[in-house]
Design a protein around this ligand. Structure first.
Ligand code: GDP
Ligand code: MN
Length: 390
């Protein structure tokens, strides 16, 4: 689960990371009011959306007067911000963060991620911050420093000091860096984070280390024990298809194609997507309905797939092990009727009670397209898609 920049800054500040003073606005007037209250003569106005690359996309601006703050904020509210990291629709701007501007001497990069290979938290840093980590890894890979933390020992002070030295920091900058890295590590560990990223982490002209941007992402499997983090969830920033599926306990990932997939098992779901591609089609989603698929669950899966307006054909592929094909077939028939389906539906069933399952599909009198193998199902779905387009 992702949170907003201002929320991440608030959390990190609690752990001891220095951040600029600022205020959250829900209207241009509030933005102007924050600028006045903060004082000074320069403010940074920032669209709060769950995405990086806001600066390049016109979602961040350095403003020199209260009026400029209000005017720029007015161009953000009610609009969508399209960045390199969002899809073509972008994300709605409902919140704007206004903070006292900093005079930047140097931009650094600091990130903490879960390294799946070593199964440990990895700290990544660079003396060359500001751009996205992907671009940094491409354009200046030698500047990247990586350090893995042993969970039994925790982050040792010498490690953060070594990191600060390797970035070329000097004097008082070193102690500030050590402090910031340790604060980020504690926040990551204590809150079940999956990612903490400060980019840029800057050294100001007066020699202070400050986090000008902050990003945090949390392990959804640990949210049951992090109610305060869960409260930071902003559904307006999520793909509605995915949050809807999650509410119903379905593992769903939205994609760009038009063949909706209802499948049990992550492996089978991936194999089915491969077969659709091989047959010349494009899947609209990844959806794993899990092991014990009751008719209700299958019907819910249909509703979830149908929330995607791009879907032209639905492919149901169930291999029943602990599941039962007759239950799945019941679910398909129920969903077809209750949802008033008009789209072609291709069904492939295999495993426990497959004969009973097929009989239910046949006797339903519905125009379902059946298939015996995975390859046949994918081909029939792509054919049906072509007929729809014609
Ligand atoms: P992102 O583009 O979504 O990663 O948003 P950032 O918060 O990183 O802001 C984009 C860029 O705006 C940063 O990389 C900085 O170069 C610039 N920026 C942000 N805050 C300040 C500030 O206080 N002063 C100055 N001069 N530039 C800033
Ligand atoms: Mn940034």
């Amino acid at each position: 689960m992702d949170i907003h920049e201002y929320q991440a800054k608030e959390i990190l500040a609690r752990f001891g990371v220095p951040v600029p003073r600022g205020g959250l606005a829900y209207s241009p007037e509030q933005a102007g009011y924050h600028a006045r209250e903060l004082g000074g003569d320069a403010w940074v106005v920032k669209a709060q959306v769950h995405s990086g690359g806001r600066g390049e996309a016109g979602g961040v601006k350095l403003c020199r007067s209260e009026e400029e703050v209000r005017e720029f904020a007015a161009t953000l509210f009610g609009h969508k911000l399209v960045t390199k990291q969002t899809d073509a629709n972008g994300k709605d701007i409902f919140r704007v963060w206004v903070e006292a501007a900093s005079d930047i001497e140097q931009e650094l990069y600091l990130g903490l991620v879960l390294d799946r290979k070593s199964e440990r938290i990895m700290i990544v840093a660079s003396g060359h911050g500001g751009m996205e980590i992907e671009d940094l890894a491409h354009e200046d890979p030698d500047s990247l420093r990586r350090m893995v933390v042993d969970p039994a020992v925790g982050l040792a002070e010498y490690q953060s000091r070594e990191l600060a030295f390797s970035l070329g920091l000097r004097g008082g900058e070193i102690a500030q860096m050590v402090n910031t890295v340790r604060a980020c590590y504690r926040a990551y560990r204590d809150l079940d984070a999956m990612m903490v990223e400060i980019n840029p982490l800057v050294i100001t002209k007066s020699g202070d280390l400050v986090a000008l941007d902050a990003k945090m992402s949390f392990d959804t499997n640990a949210l049951f024990r992090r109610p305060q983090i869960l409260e930071l969830r902003d559904r307006s920033q999520e793909d509605p298809r995915e949050s809807n599926a999650e509410d119903h306990g379905l593992a769903y990932v939205g994609l760009d194609g038009d063949i909706g997939c209802i499948i049990n098992g992550a492996g089978l779901a991936m194999a089915t997507m491969d077969m659709i591609k091989l047959a010349g089609g494009e899947p609209a989603n990844f959806l794993d309905i899990g092991g014990g698929a009751s008719p209700e669950r299958v019907a819910q899966a249909f509703r979830t797939v149908l929330t995607d307006a791009n879907v032209q054909v639905i492919l149901v592929n169930i291999f029943a092990g602990i599941n039962r094909c007759d239950w799945v077939a019941e679910g398909v028939v129920q969903a077809y009727k209750s949802e008033g389906l008009t789209l072609p539906v291709v069904v492939r069933l295999a495993g426990t009670n497959v004969a009973e399952g097929r009989k239910i599909l046949e006797q339903s009198g519905l125009p379902l397209i059946t298939a015996d193998t995975l390859a046949e199902a994918a081909e029939k779905a792509v054919e049906a898609r072509a007929r729809q387009a014609a």
